[in-house]
Design a protein around this ligand. Structure first.
Ligand SMILES: [Zn+2]
Length: 322
């Protein structure tokens, strides 16, 4: 069944957020409002990911036809797990969480199927567009988003558009070295930011410290959340680990300010749930290291995108690249 809903001047777009376990799909307005959304399990390994994406979009369009028959959309924006060749919209590499997905020409497949413009990018990249068009970076033309989770993701936005680099891989801030003789990293470098300030590294370094201080092999290792809790209640070992993470972040962000000269830094990811105390320490350590002219006017703010951020940002591609 062909549903003729495309209109290039529409104030609505379809946003699709493809993750390892679920696909979120929605009708999104120009300012990031979610008109309707739905979620399907990805069923990775059982059904090809592109078929599940097609099903999710078809179901959404069917819903629209039944409930909003006059609705038109300007296109489909997809934010997906994995590395994306941005211009061609081909999945360059996907982890084992999405078997068979590597090499899928997702942009052309969806474009041919639904007969409207399609934009595809990495799921972390599109989160930055949610911030730029509907969130904490709304008034900024140049911003940097840092996602502090189990790993560290980063995105650079300049003049309202994501900086993609050669094939779409730009913004790997987690693998920016803050200590060229530092800890070896899986990427081949040394002293990467991720080795000090990712959730995984914070927990690992805390457990090393506890072990060095005499914790037995039988003791349960503690996680990032517990490390943060101990830091906030004044524990010296946890404070040492967290201080090192903040210093690494300060060094990385100061370098980013010098290289990129942004207006806003948006801090998101699981660690950002700490809130004010985290932002304050990051700002302190950045101030120690950045030139005043690069600090002036820069705002460090928490991410404002909630659960729907990936889907909203995916849809915002239709305005970012019009
Ligand atoms: Zn690295």
């Amino acid at each position: 069944m062909e549903i003729p809903v495309y209109d290039s001047s529409s104030e609505y777009a379809i946003g699709v957020d493809v993750g390892g376990t679920k696909i979120n799909v929605g009708i999104i307005g120009r300012n990031g409002e979610v008109v309707y959304s739905n979620s399907l399990p990805t069923l990775a390994g059982e059904i090809a990911v592109d078929i599940r994406i097609t099903t999710a979009i078809s179901q959404l369009l069917q819903w629209a036809q039944d409930n909003m028959p006059l609705l038109k959309v300007r296109g489909i924006g997809i934010g997906t797990a994995g590395q994306v060749e941005w211009e061609s919209g081909v999945i360059r590499h996907a982890s084992d969480l999405l078997p068979g997905y590597t090499g899928t020409p997702i942009k052309s497949l969806i474009q041919n199927k639904f007969g409207m413009p399609v934009q595809v990018d990495n799921d972390v990249n599109v989160l930055a567009l949610a911030e730029k068009y509907a969130g904490a970076g709304r008034d900024a033309e140049s911003l940097i988003c840092l996602a502090l989770g189990t790993g560290i993701g980063g995105v650079l936005v300049d003049k309202g558009k994501i900086v993609h680099g050669q094939w779409g891989g730009a913004g790997e801030i987690g693998h920016m070295s803050v200590d060229y003789r530092g800890l070896p990293c899986i990427c081949g470098s040394r002293g990467c930011l991720e080795a000090y300030a990712s959730g995984t590294s914070i927990a690992a370094r805390m457990n090393e410290k506890l072990k060095a201080a005499g914790a037995g092999d039988g003791d349960e290792p503690i996680d990032t959340r517990e490390t943060v809790r101990r830091w906030q209640s004044g524990d010296a070992a946890a404070a040492a680990v967290m201080d090192e993470a903040f210093e690494a972040l300060g060094a990385a962000i100061a370098s980013l300010l010098h290289v990129f000269n942004p207006q806003v830094l948006v801090i998101g990811g699981g660690l950002a749930d700490i809130g004010e105390p985290l932002l304050r320490r990051i700002e302190e350590e950045t101030r120690k290291r950045a030139m005043p002219s690069f600090l002036s006017g820069v705002k460090i703010v928490p991410s404002s995108s909630g659960n729907h951020g990936g889907m909203i940002g995916a849809a915002m591609q239709l305005w970012a690249y019009e």
